[in-house]
Write a protein that binds this ligand. Structure first.
Ligand code: CA2
Length: 145
C-alpha cells in the first residue's frame, strides 16, 4: 500500500512555539509522532512533510500522484491564496482531506474562503491537532472502500 501524504504549509513549523491560544501547545513533531502511530494502527504508512514554499507543496502533491494513496493537507495560508495548490490537487486522483487546526470560520473574513476546499473530499476545522488524526481515520475508511 502506498503511503498517505500529510502535507503542511507555511509557518506550521512554528506550531507549539507561538500563539498557543490559537493553535495549541503541541509541536509539529508531536503531531507527526501521533499521526505515524495512528497510521500504523490503521495499517498505513505516512509521509509527513512541511514547507514554507508554495512550489514545494505543489511538487509534493505531484509526487503523491505516483507514490501516494491519499493526501491530508493543512495548506495554512496557501488555503486562502493558492490556485497553484488547487490545480495540483485537481491532478491527484485519490482522497484529499483538508485540515485546519483553528476554526477558520470564527476568524478574519479572508480565512473564510478556501481554494483547496474546491477539491477536498472533506474539511476539518477547529478541532485542534486532533483534526489530523480524524482526517487519517477518514482516509483509511475511504481507502478501505
Ligand atoms: O488553522 C489552521 O490550521 C490554519 O491553516 C493555520 C494557518 C492559517 O493561515 C490558516 O488560516 C488556518 C497558519 C499557520 C501558522 O501556524 C502557526 C503556528 C504557530 C505560530 C504561528 C503560526
Amino acid at each position: 500500500m502506498k503511503p498517505i501524504f500529510v502535507l503542511n504549509g507555511p509557518n506550521l513549523n512554528l506550531l507549539g512555539k507561538r500563539e498557543p491560544e490559537i493553535y495549541g501547545a503541541e509541536t509539529l513533531a508531536d503531531v507527526e509522532r501521533d499521526c505515524v502511530a495512528l497510521a500504523a494502527e490503521l495499517g498505513h504508512s505516512l509521509r509527513f512533510l512541511q514547507s514554507n514554499w508554495e512550489g514545494q507543496i505543489v511538487d509534493w502533491v505531484h509526487e503523491a500522484r505516483d507514490e501516494g494513496a491519499a493526501i491530508v493537507i493543512n495548506p495554512a495560508a496557501l488555503t486562502h491564496t493558492s490556485v497553484a495548490v488547487l490545480d495540483a490537487l485537481n491532478a491527484f486522483d485519490g482522497p484529499v482531506i483538508e485540515v485546519h487546526i483553528s476554526n477558520v470560520h470564527k476568524r478574519e473574513a479572508f480565512r473564510h474562503h478556501s481554494y483547496v476546499s474546491l477539491r477536498a473530499d472533506g474539511v476539518i476545522a477547529g478541532l485542534g491537532t486532533e483534526g489530523y488524526r480524524l482526517a487519517l481515520r477518514r482516509v483509511a475508511t475511504l481507502l478501505a472502500g
